[in-house]
Design a protein around this ligand. Structure first.
Ligand SMILES: Nc1ncnc2c1ncn2[C@@H]1O[C@H](COP(=O)(O)OP(=O)(O)OP(=O)(O)O)[C@@H](O)[C@H]1O
Ligand SMILES: [Mg+2]
Length: 144
């Protein structure tokens, strides 16, 4: 008699991962790593590039607030078809879309997030800060 032991190809990845990071520009790189690792764990390689750009912008904006405690970066599969990237910081000022002209060097980050998510982003005020989130849709499953 033969016994087959099935082992998963890779360990299961939680539906939600998060990290607390200091309010420093270099935190964007740790945030990108978190997003990359989570998306690869969920086998969503095609979202890695957009996810890394988005979290860089959100973490970069949080770093500019100069808050003292740590920002929280979260990546979650909120539905089978949607991944949410969120950054919580301690400032109650909300992000806005700036209509930057071609010659302007800054004010492009949220416009990029808007573009990459098809407008599926938002900000939720909280008692001691706010959370900015951006949603990426996964590709439709191939027909069976
Ligand atoms: N986490 C945040 N906390 C407070 N204000 C924010 C935050 N994120 C964005 N904002 C506000 O929204 C504006 C637009 O953000 P955006 O990222 O588009 O531009 P920027 O950060 O000024 O420039 P860039 O991203 O091109 O370096 C910011 O100038 C800022 O006023
Ligand atoms: Mg910015």
């Amino acid at each position: 008699m033969t016994t087959t032991v099935e082992t998963p190809a890779r360990p299961p990845v939680a539906d939600s991962v998060k990290v607390l990071l200091p309010y420093e520009p270099r935190s964007a790189s740790a945030a990108r790593r978190l997003v990359r690792t989570a998306l690869r764990g969920w086998e969503l390689e095609d979202l890695v590039e957009a996810g890394e750009l988005i979290v860089s912008e959100l973490a970069g904006n949080a770093a500019k607030t100069g808050c003292r405690r740590k920002m929280t970066v979260t990546v979650e599969r909120i539905t089978g078809r949607c991944v949410r990237i969120s950054v919580r910081d301690g400032s109650r000022v909300l992000p806005c879309l700036i209509d930057a002209g071609p010659a302007v060097e800054s004010g492009r980050g949220m416009a990029l997030v808007h573009h990459l998510t098809g407008g599926h982003w938002g900000a939720t005020p909280e008692s001691y800060g706010k959370t900015v989130h951006a949603d990426l849709r996964t590709r439709a499953p191939a027909p069976a």
